[in-house]
Design a binder for this molecule. Structure first.
Ligand SMILES: Nc1ncnc2c1ncn2[C@@H]1O[C@H](COP(=O)(O)OP(=O)(O)OP(=O)(O)O)[C@@H](O)[C@H]1O
Length: 382
């Protein structure tokens, strides 16, 4: 097995230790004539920052799923999947768990709260919220206790700020409460890295700001836990539709993982169909790049940032075109290889819906129409 991402380009075999170093079996090398070559994997023994690019339907989420399946088998790691489209629940077949994306209010820093709920931190309401959260978190203590949103609202009422300011802050807190992602009694985000089974954070249907808050809390929480030595396993944060999270409150935490995550042992894999919407650091800091087919001009241009000196020629011209095929650029071995990503062993939830799979197509259109009242029938009160 050829293993990319490893300085010695190792073969994945044991080096005398009891267990072979952790590895992700990605698939096979893809020869120029389209035939399959030798098996190829990605190192998972050391932490990595990686990006997975590709236009819609080329296999990004599928590839992320393959990586999650492999990490589930590896020792010493803890895969956490950020799933904005709800397509990773198939991982439950190999012991994964889909969790409600619920975090403690204290897991979002006080300084971020104004932005999170749409208040200007330099205005009266924004600065009041910042202060109230900071005080409440301090009062709750250092052992991870968190104030509830309700207690924050109460604390706002107790301040001597003008009525209008207090009302505005309470209303914004009510909005945050309605997202359903905050619970003072939620398990800490570090619990997601307690086991080696994949944890899937199902963010489908969660409002964008709330999803950003969850991703921020998880990314930062895992990073801090490794820095403090409170999490033993090496977390891998797999972020699908990553461009959506670099646009809001999760951005600094994701950048921290990209630029500094490897030192304490946190890996990040960002998948997106819009590489041009990721910050430049996502490409420049990644040591592994998996590029499925891209066609949009700015997205192809974003690849240019990855064209390190060791790569001769134009990366875009080397992108394979088939679904599930990708070019893997590996900083460690300073090489780029066309790869065919292996098939999933758990169901992939991202299949495009087909008209031919619908009940209507199977049973015939007339049946369905007979059951549906026409607009005229509805207006006659049928
Ligand atoms: N390695 C692969 N082997 C076999 N089939 C694959 C592979 N990769 C992708 N596919 C097929 O292609 C389909 C689309 O893949 P996927 O859902 O990952 O696309 P995507 O690039 O994430 O698209 P989107 O941006 O819409 O989420 C999958 O449902 C699967 O049927």
């Amino acid at each position: 097995m050829n293993v990319l991402g490893r300085d010695d380009g190792g073969d994945g075999a044991s080096d005398g230790e009891d267990r072979p170093p952790a590895m992700v079996r990605l698939g096979t090398f893809l020869a120029r004539d389209g035939s399959d070559g030798a098996a190829v994997g990605i190192d998972a023994d050391s932490p990595h920052a990686a990006v997975v690019f590709g236009k819609r339907g080329t296999g990004k989420s599928y590839t992320l799923g393959v990586i999650a399946e492999e990490l589930a088998d590896a020792t010493g790691v803890a895969p956490v999947v950020v799933d904005p489209m709800g397509v990773f629940d198939g991982l439950t077949e190999i012991g994964g768990r889909v969790v409600e994306p619920v975090i403690r209010p204290a897991e979002v820093p006080a300084s971020v709260w104004p932005d999170l709920v749409g208040l200007d931190p330099t205005d009266g309401p924004g600065s009041l919220l910042w202060r109230v959260v900071a005080d409440a978190v301090e009062t709750a203590g250092n052992d991870g206790d968190s104030p509830s949103i309700e207690s924050l609202r109460w604390a706002v009422s107790e301040t001597d700020a003008p009525d209008r300011t207090r009302r505005a802050v309470r209303n914004h807190l009510r909005l945050a409460e309605s997202w359903g992602v905050f619970d003072a009694a939620a398990p800490p985000v570090t619990s997601f890295a307690a086991s080696g089974d994949p944890t899937v954070l199902d963010l489908s249907g969660v409002p964008e700001s709330a999803a950003g808050a969850v991703v921020r809390a998880v990314a930062r929480g895992l990073y801090d836990a490794r820095v403090n030595g409170t999490v033993d396993r090496l977390p891998w944060l797999l972020v699908d539709e990553a461009h959506a999270f670099f646009d809001g409150v999760a951005d600094p935490a994701l950048r921290t993982l990209l630029t500094r995550g490897r030192a304490p042992g946190v890996s990040i894999v960002c998948a997106t169909q819009r590489p041009s919407a990721l910050p430049a650091v996502a490409v420049s800091q990644s040591d592994l790049l998996v590029a499925h087919r891209l066609t949009a001009g700015p997205d192809v241009d974003a690849l240019a940032a990855a064209e390190a000196t060791y790569l001769s020629g134009d990366l875009a011209a080397r992108l394979p075109t088939g679904v599930g095929e990708a070019l893997v650029v590996d900083d460690a071995s300073e090489t780029a290889h066309a790869v065919r990503v292996r098939e999933r062993r758990t169901p992939h939830g991202g299949e495009n819906p087909r008209a031919s799979d619908t009940e209507a197509a199977r049973t015939g259109r007339s049946t369905e129409r007979a059951e549906q009242p026409t607009r005229a029938e509805r207006s006659r009160g049928r």
